[in-house]
Ligand binder design. Structure first.
Ligand code: SAH
Length: 352
């Protein structure tokens, strides 16, 4: 039975489900989930990500993390962790670039937080020459200094959506519209956790990501207790506003209810909620990805790499630089937020 049929049968039996339950089933259902059953990345897949666009992305992030490690006295051993590592490309590029920093590679204990069995396999193959530990949950990361990166991870976590109705809220639910899946609204409810959203008028949508804060709190506990840094890169803004649930299949947007389990589903990240979950840490200013990469020196790096390229390879390389940094491409839509302990220098490329 297809995932669509299963979801319809479930709704017919037990009633409409939250957007977060719908997302969780579509992304991580053991048999039909989008991430559990396939490699969604790259030109042949459904979408592409910064590390897949150019090695420069991971190289600069590797050097930024290595600088933070040096700034904190080069603790050894330490956990080098990535959340949702996709094909393992970012971690491979981080290790190659940061490997030039004496002692970094030898001290790093690489941990990958990954839910998908098929992507775990790809990551192990890509990183075959080093020892990697896969864990399902950030709570399984060691109690040790933690230097962590998460690129396009938090956007894949299920969100709930609430629509303002006067003084109360109604949850947006996935139900049946005849024989098809359709959106509807649940009963009115008071939501104390949305009391601060006086900025949202009638009919306005607010998204909450219930899994994000506990994940951030686990990370923050390790960094506050043992040192380290966390670098979160994703699309979103300081405060969630509006319906940002989107489906992408074969590089094209589509209706999120059209093909459950066959399209990537994401929502914008509410960076304010991440910062609030890590009150013991210092967070950077939310910085556009293009600004961050330029400050880290992507242009000189791009020029150096360009010197060895000609023809189509050179054109692809120039396009990749533009794609990562230009405001009309990923440069402004994607944001960077970093966290460090109190009294510790911020990561290069970012201000407090
Ligand atoms: N960071 C990679 C891949 C982004 S796609 C890149 O930039 O290319 C999202 C990644 O998060 C995938 O590896 C997916 O399997 C993983 N993922 C999604 N939900 C997860 C969860 N709840 N726990 C762990 N990993 C998850």
């Amino acid at each position: 039975m297809s995932l669509a049929s299963r979801l319809k049968a479930r709704i017919a039996q037990t009633g409409p489900m939250s957007v977060s339950d719908y997302m969780a089933e579509c992304l991580l259902h053991p048999e039909h989930g989008y991430y559990t059953t396939r490699d969604p990345l790259g030109a042949a897949g459904d979408f592409t990500t910064a590390p897949e666009i150019s090695q420069m992305f991971g190289e600069l992030i590797g050097l930024a993390l290595a600088q933070a490690w040096l700034d904190q006295g080069a603790p050894a051993p330490f956990t080098l962790a990535e959340l949702g590592p996709g094909r393992g490309t970012l971690m491979a590029d981080i290790l190659r670039a940061a490997g030039a920093v004496p002692g970094f590679g030898a001290a790093a204990r690489v941990h990958l937080v990954e839910a998908s069995p098929s992507l775990r396999q790809q990551q192990a193959a890509r990183l075959a020459d080093i020892t990697v530990t896969h864990v399902a949950d950030v709570g399984d990361l060691p109690q040790a200094p933690l230097f962590l990166v998460a690129n396009e991870f938090f956007d894949a976590l299920p969100i709930r959506q609430f629509v303002r109705d006067g003084a109360v809220w109604r949850e947006r639910l996935v139900g049946l519209d005849g024989a098809r899946l359709g959106f509807g609204l649940g009963p009115p409810q008071a939501l104390p956790e949305l009391a601060h959203r006086s900025d949202v008028g009638d009919g306005g949508v607010v998204e909450l990501c219930p899994a994000a804060a506990p994940i951030m709190a686990e990370i923050a506990g390790r960094i506050a207790g043992h040192g380290g840094a966390a670098l979160v890169i994703d699309y979103g803004d300081w405060r969630s506003l509006g319906d940002t649930l989107q489906a992408v299949r074969r590089h094209q947007p589509e209706d999120p209810l059209a093909n459950p389990g066959e399209a990537d589903l994401t929502a914008h990240v509410d960076f304010e909620a991440l910062a609030q979950a890590a009150p013991g840490l210092v967070c950077s200013r939310l910085t556009p990805q293009g600004v961050f990469l330029e400050r880290l020196g992507i242009t000189p790096r791009a020029q150096k790499l360009a010197a060895g390229l000609t023809g189509a390879a050179l054109e692809t390389h120039i396009a990749a630089h533009r794609r990562l940094t230009h405001p009309d491409e990923m440069g402004t839509l994607f944001k960077v937020l970093a966290f460090v302990g109190q009294g510790v220098p911020m990561l290069p490329g970012l201000d407090r």
